[in-house]
Design a protein around this ligand. Structure first.
Ligand code: URA
Length: 433
């Protein structure tokens, strides 16, 4: 078999066989197929697409390109969640303890942030002593004992995706639905969780800019997961503005703590209830309504909050920082961003907000950038809210030793005010299972 012929077949719109896909992935990972041939294949897939069967084989070949985490030794139903990425997304910090409180086992591997999206691991590392690097044995023991553990990706998990993603990033082939589905699902299926709830973001801050594309991606991922023997549901949620109110690292941990104490923003709490209920429906065969009641209960009676404390403790974190979160890293100066006109908030451009937060120091421009855990922002106004000239739209938490003027201007430009009334989109746009 020759890479040339596989590329030509896809270029001409033919369906690739499992053997052809395997040949390309294996060869690319072991170095026998060069970047330029894989790049040509990716571009052919971008234009000609892949059907469900091809996408399944691509996912499976990528999944088996490295380590498989069997999760042997974990008693009970293991559950994972994946978000397709957004700004202000602190969902795992709350959802993990909520699900563990309801008897599920959450053995979560999360990533670090790069560019406009923050990473769960970075946020957790704002808690002094918190370790996201556990050995496999420690990881399994900790999950059995607390029900929830969040660690960084370990080992050689799906090397095919690392290499292919790097190439997609520089060849304008990221936004292809079969390539995104295979990339996400290969990583999810490499860890042997039984239940998977996908949070597919839709809007200006997401990979999927419209509902139609998001539905197509969600259906494809649910199908791939189901075919692989997992229970999978996708929740489509709005990312036309950041999730919740806080964007940063320590500030997002604070918002997660508020939510676990039943004092979180309404929209973020709604997303948590929806995702948790869907996971429970798959694990316990309860109805969505019954599941939501259970979720509300463990938040209201602080069981989920106490689970979070247990998780922080077992991962070496300073629990006193959670009990009194003024001990978490806190910025020395707050700048208020004020509206200069009357009207209604029309748009809070997610990607621009994420990039401005990165410029303040809350995110990484390159893999080696050092994050300032204390900086970030709080959105006071949301899409649809009425504002008067002089009202505070956002509080910006800055390091006063830096010149933050460009970041602040970028934040200002990311928020548009319209003279006409604006109706905000609902947060939950669809559920596909
Ligand atoms: N997230 C991933 O992991 N892969 C993609 O291709 C897109 C989003």
């Amino acid at each position: 078999m020759r890479a040339y012929d596989v590329i030509k077949n896809k270029r001409d719109g033919k369906k690739l066989t499992q053997t052809e896909i395997q040949f390309m992935i294996k060869g690319f990972v072991d170095g026998s197929i060069p970047d330029y041939q894989m790049a040509a294949l990716l571009m052919a897939v971008y234009f000609k697409g892949m059907d469900e069967e091809e996408t399944y084989w691509l996912t499976d070949c990528m999944r088996t390109s490295g380590d498989i985490i069997a999760l042997e030794g974990i008693e009970g139903v293991t559950v994972d969640k994946h978000s397709t990425g957004g700004v202000g997304d602190k969902t795992s910090l709350v959802l993990g303890p909520v699900l563990a409180s309801l008897g599920l086992k959450v053995a979560k591997m999360s990533g670090r942030g790069l560019g406009h999206t923050g990473g769960t691991i970075d946020k957790l590392e704002s808690i002094k002593g918190f370790s996201c690097e556990l050995t496999t044995e420690q990881f399994i023991d900790a999950v059995n004992s607390t029900g929830v553990v969040i660690v960084g990706q370990t080992g050689n998990l799906v090397p095919a995706d690392k290499k292919i993603y790097a190439l997609r990033d520089v060849t304008a082939t990221v936004d292809s639905i079969p390539l995104i589905a295979a990339s996400i699902m290969s990583k999810k299926l490499a860890v042997a969780n039984k239940v998977l709830v996908l949070d597919v973001k839709v809007g200006s801050g997401a990979f999927m800019k419209n509902l139609e594309d998001a539905r197509e991606l969600a259906r494809l991922m649910v199908k791939i997961g189901t075919q692989a023997g997992r229970k999978v549901t996708a929740v489509l949620s709005n990312m036309d503005e950041p999730l919740g109110e806080m964007i940063g690292n320590a500030v997002e941990v604070k918002e997660a703590i508020d939510t676990l104490r039943n004092q979180g923003p309404e929209s973020f709490t709604r997303l948590i209830k929806t995702l948790a209920a869907q996971a429970l429906v798959m694990a316990d065969k309860v109805t969505a309504e019954e599941a939501e009641k259970k979720v509300e209960q463990v938040i209201a009676d602080k069981t989920a909050y106490n689970k979070f404390l247990e998780m922080v403790k077992i991962q070496g974190g300073d629990v006193s920082m959670i009990e009194d979160y003024s001990k978490l890293p806190t910025a020395r100066q707050t700048v208020e961003l004020k509206s200069d006109k009357d009207g209604f908030v029309k748009e809070i451009h997610c990607e621009e907000i994420g990039l401005a937060a990165m410029m303040l120091g809350a995110g990484r421009e390159t893999k080696d950038s050092v994050i300032d855990m204390a900086v970030g922002l709080k959105l006071i106004k949301h899409v649809g809210d009425e504002v008067k000239s002089g009202d505070t739209i956002a509080e910006i938490f800055v390091n006063p030793d830096l010149d933050n003027s460009k970041a602040i201007q970028r934040l200002k430009d990311a928020i548009s005010i319209s003279p006409e009334k604006v109706t905000a989109q609902p947060l939950i746009l669809d559920i596909i299972s």
